[in-house]
Design a binder for this molecule. Structure first.
Ligand SMILES: Cc1cc2nc3c(=O)[nH]c(=O)nc-3n(C[C@H](O)[C@H](O)[C@H](O)COP(=O)(O)OP(=O)(O)OC[C@H]3O[C@@H](n4cnc5c(N)ncnc54)[C@H](O)[C@@H]3O)c2cc1C
Length: 619
């Protein structure tokens, strides 16, 4: 690749991904590191990138501590309950105690917040959510990052992390390419914060063919947040804890405002409250967890899935009553226009006016993420004042690789952060990264030219595969020697769907299926050496696919390791169909050896630091 231009940039702190966590990290890094050089690299354009690109209608994590609406302990209890006991309470508490200050900054920066006319407080949608006119949420936080960074690079996909050549297991930076110019970019850094979002499109989506790309989570979230650290041997946690969403059918429009603000409710095709019907069955599987309030999200999904399987579908959201109120009708529509315009378009195209027709709901394909209602992601150090020794190794939100930090979807164990909590976690990671540099932990980091020159060959190989392989095509577009990124993606999605608990099997899997899935994933990994890219955009697709594949391997290994069904409604282990607190009241942690590419798994105790005595201790 002699004709590709190489740019080398040296910085103190490198932030990978300029979404909610990345903008928070960039902003806070400047606050604590006045004289540091701070660089943020983004695959899209930070003004409209990440899961919040289209805007949001609610900030889903706000305590309201100033009015004593909630305290951090309450949020820990809530997240723990929703995740069936499995969270890192130190991380959750740490985020919760700082999140209000983040939201107050958003308010100061001009984000239009809805106010309760009677109380003057932020208008609550639910216990944790406050309502916003959030179409421009992302440009507003991006502005804060742009003013803070020495440089923001847009349109660069980071493909690999660089390691220090002097000291083992220490970070040295990252590399990637610009998908418009094709230039190769080397970022040397003393500390790196990965904030590259969750993973969609690893499981086959319900929408295929003409509707492909219509997923609930952002289609461009390709698991780089996981693949980058996994590839350098960082430990991951709870990767089996994928999420399945109950959403409006076909458009995946959000249901939160409908349930919480409009007080709509669900029923089966016969107009019955089907959730009650499945109580005894669910109790048999998970015991007393079904009696918790609020009912954990996965268990509500479980009732939905069982009801449909038993022939009670389709399931509807009862909107006809709420929509008789003109104010609620407006809120219902605006909710989509501010964040999921596609749902309004789907309803229009299907003659659905929710005032007269109760719309259908569906359960989505699974996604992997660390910031929403599940907590897959990197195994990180917690804060010094809260974390038990097993959860603390020097710097808040530092992964098990020195100088490598994470935030948002990247970080495992801390669910229910959402947009505000991800931004907050970015701030926490950046503060710790500055301290890491000030403590001189990064002194002497060296990245030899050879390391990044070798990676250059690897990164651009799909272009080479195509250039050579296309000459062998005798008819049509199918090459005997390369596969295209879309072919590889569909193969990956089918493996995950059919063997790892996707929609094809109604979220069911077992050890035999997982073993077969792992075998097929291995062969896919081998074949991806032969992925071909016809241009720089396809080169990005090729690397997105490789990142999705590593993420999928990790998800499958974790799913195999946890021999129980902890979250019915997210997935089922048919060979261990019950929740098993005696053996699995613990967190799962994995590490992939960068040389052998083999995963090792371990159980780590889950410590309940809020209401310690009342909760069951780790096994
Ligand atoms: C459909 C949907 C609805 C939601 N609704 C709400 C809501 O109502 N309220 C709420 O508070 N939260 C909501 N959330 C959650 C919120 O959007 C996420 O919690 C938050 O965006 C996660 O922040 P993040 O920085 O980890 O990821 P993101 O914000 O997704 O940012 C990741 C960034 O990394 C970039 N990137 C990815 N890979 C690379 C790479 N290899 N190199 C360089 N850059 C890369 C991406 O382009 C992106 O900009 C919703 C999310 C979704 C998807």
């Amino acid at each position: 690749m002699a004709n590709v231009k190489t740019h080398v940039e040296e910085s103190d702190i490198l932030i990978i991904g300029g979404g909610m966590a990345g903008t928070g990290a960039t902003f806070e890094a400047r606050h604590w590191g006045r004289d540091l050089k701070i660089v943020c690299v983004e695959k899209a354009n930070i003004d409209r990138s990440g899961a919040v690109a289209q805007g949001l209608y609610a900030i889903n994590c706000y305590m309201g501590m100033q009015w004593d609406e909630n305290q951090p302990e309450d949020h820990v209890r809530y997240a723990r309950n929703d995740l069936m006991g499995m969270v890192r309470e130190d991380l959750g508490y740490d985020m919760a105690r700082h999140v209000d200050s983040t939201v107050h900054m958003f308010d100061e920066w001009g984000l239009p917040m809805m106010k309760n006319e009677k109380t003057g407080r932020y208008l609550r949608e639910g216990k944790w959510q406050i309502m916003i006119h959030g179409e421009s949420y992302k440009p507003i936080v991006a502005e804060a990052a742009k003013k803070s960074a020495n440089k923001i690079y847009n349109r660069i996909m980071v493909t690999h992390l660089l390691m220090d050549d002097e000291k083992e297991n220490r970070i040295g930076g990252a590399v990637g390419f610009n998908m418009r110019t094709g230039d190769y970019h080397v970022f040397k850094a003393k500390a790196v914060i990965v904030a590259a979002g969750g993973a969609s499109h690893i499981f086959k989506p319900r929408a295929v063919g003409e509707g492909m790309g219509r997923t609930w989570y952002a289609p461009w979230s390709n698991g780089s947040a996981y693949a980058l650290p996994i590839a350098v041997g960082a430990k991951m946690t709870q990767m089996e804890n994928r999420i399945v969403l109950c959403r409006f059918k076909d458009g995946y429009g959000p249901v939160g405002a409908y349930f919480l603000h409009l007080k709509t409710y669900t029923q089966n095709a016969n107009g019955e409250n089907y959730e009650k019907k499945w109580y005894d069955h669910t109790k048999e599987m998970v015991g007393e967890y079904i009696d918790h309030h609020p009912t954990p999200t996965c268990l509500r999904n479980h009732a939905f899935i069982q009801e449909v399987q038993a022939g009670g579908g389709p399931i509807h959201m009862v909107t006809k009553e709420a929509f008789q109120d003109p104010h609620l009708e407006t809120v219902g529509w605006e909710n989509f226009l501010g964040m999921t315009v596609g749902q309004a378009v789907v309803w229009a195209s299907q003659n659905i006016d929710p005032k007269y027709t109760n719309p259908e709901l569906t359960t989505s394909e699974p996604y992997v993420m660390g910031s929403h209602a599940t907590c897959s992601g990197a195994w990180v150090s917690g804060p010094e004042d809260l974390s038990p020794p097993e959860y603390f190794w020097g710097y808040n939100r530092m992964l098990t690789v020195d100088g490598l930090f994470g935030a948002g979807d990247t970080v495992g164990g801390s669910a229910h952060k959402f947009s505000s909590g991800s931004f907050t976690e970015g701030r926490l990671a950046a503060k710790a990264a500055v301290k890491y540099i000030e403590d001189k932990k990064a002194d002497g980091v060296k990245v030899n030219d050879k390391q990044y020159k070798d990676l250059k060959e690897v990164i651009y190989k799909p272009l080479e595969n195509y250039t050579v392989g296309r000459n062998e095509i005798t008819g049509g577009t199918v090459s005997p020697s390369y596969i295209s990124p879309i072919q590889g993606l569909q193969r990956l999605q089918r493996i995950m769907d059919e063997y790892v608990g996707g929609i094809a099997t109604n979220y069911m899997t077992n050890e035999n299926m997982l073993n077969r899935g792992l075998e097929l994933l291995k062969w896919l990994e081998e074949d991806l050496e032969n992925v071909g890219a016809e241009d720089y955009h396809q080169l990005m697709r090729a690397w997105e696919l490789k990142h999705r594949t590593i993420t999928s391997q990790c998800v499958t290994e974790h799913t195999k390791f946890r021999e129980e069904t902890r979250w019915p409604g997210y997935y089922y282990r048919g060979d261990h169909l019950k929740l098993d607190d005696d053996n699995w009241h613990c967190l799962t942690v994995s590490r992939r050896d960068p040389k052998t590419k083999k995963f090792t798994m371990e159980k780590v105790p889950v410590y309940h630091i809020v209401d310690e005595k009342k909760e069951k201790k780790a096994s």
